[in-house]
Design a protein around this ligand. Structure first.
Ligand SMILES: CC(C)(COP(=O)(O)OP(=O)(O)OC[C@H]1O[C@@H](n2cnc3c(N)ncnc32)[C@H](O)[C@@H]1OP(=O)(O)O)[C@@H](O)C(=O)NCCC(=O)NCCS
Length: 186
């Protein structure tokens, strides 16, 4: 549904009940229409992306990304914007001719459970498909989330050596508790 349309943007509606009115026996809900947009990251988004990722990294839920690292790799990032605020981010990093990594996927805690993570994954997969990549993978502590998006759990040693460059920066190193998930696109 989303694939092939990533070059522009996609949106869906998030209805948040903001006020309840009691009028006699009837109860009316005033809905504020908020639009969630997935788009490629822009230079002004870097600090928000950094804060989002590091809010989880501080709790060992993902790897830190420095401001400098995000600037260097900004073209790999997509973001979800809600009401003018960045509430989610995700990067698609090409590893080799046949593989890309979905990394740095984070949704701002108060906005989880509203589908932002799902549309970020779908956007990353659509981007990979657009450039004819046959497979994407992720290393994650939340494999169930990826399985819901059509990924399958694989043994980490089935991934090529080049995947492990980030491990040198990771404090866990040999105690890695991340699970590898992959999705075939062809
Ligand atoms: C994991 C994360 C990205 C999910 O984002 P989200 O916006 O809450 O996810 P969505 O609302 O799009 O959920 C999509 C589906 O996945 C499910 N899901 C969400 N988080 C899940 C989790 N931690 N475990 C299992 N399933 C999960 C939802 O229930 C939903 O299922 P449904 O389609 O059957 O309704 C978010 O919780 C997060 O940023 N976590 C911290 C960082 C992290 O773990 N990143 C993952 C990769 S390193």
């Amino acid at each position: 549904m989303i694939s092939n349309r990533f070059s522009s943007f996609f949106s869906f509606f998030d209805y948040t009940p903001t006020q309840w009115f009691d009028i006699g026996k009837s109860r009316l809900i005033d809905y504020t229409l908020l639009i969630m947009i997935v788009r490629k990251a822009k230079i002004d988004d870097v600090k928000a992306i950094n804060a989002l990722i590091n809010s989880y990294a501080e709790h060992d839920k993902m790897l830190f990304r420095s401001i400098a690292d995000i600037y260097e790799n900004l073209q790999t990032f997509s973001v979800v914007e809600l009401d003018g605020k960045i509430i989610g981010c995700c990067a698609l990093q090409i590893i080799w001719e046949d593989l890309a990594e979905i990394k740095s996927l984070a949704v701002d805690k108060p906005h989880t459970g509203k589908g932002a993570g799902k549309i970020l994954i779908e956007a990353a997969v659509a981007q990979a498909e657009q450039i004819n990549l046959p497979k994407v993978f992720a290393l994650t502590l939340t494999p169930d989330f990826f399985e819901k998006a059509g990924f399958e759990i694989v043994e980490k040693d089935t991934l090529p050596m080049k995947v492990w460059t980030d491990c040198a920066k990771c404090p866990k190193q040999k105690n890695c508790d991340e699970i590898a998930v992959t999705k075939d696109l062809k």
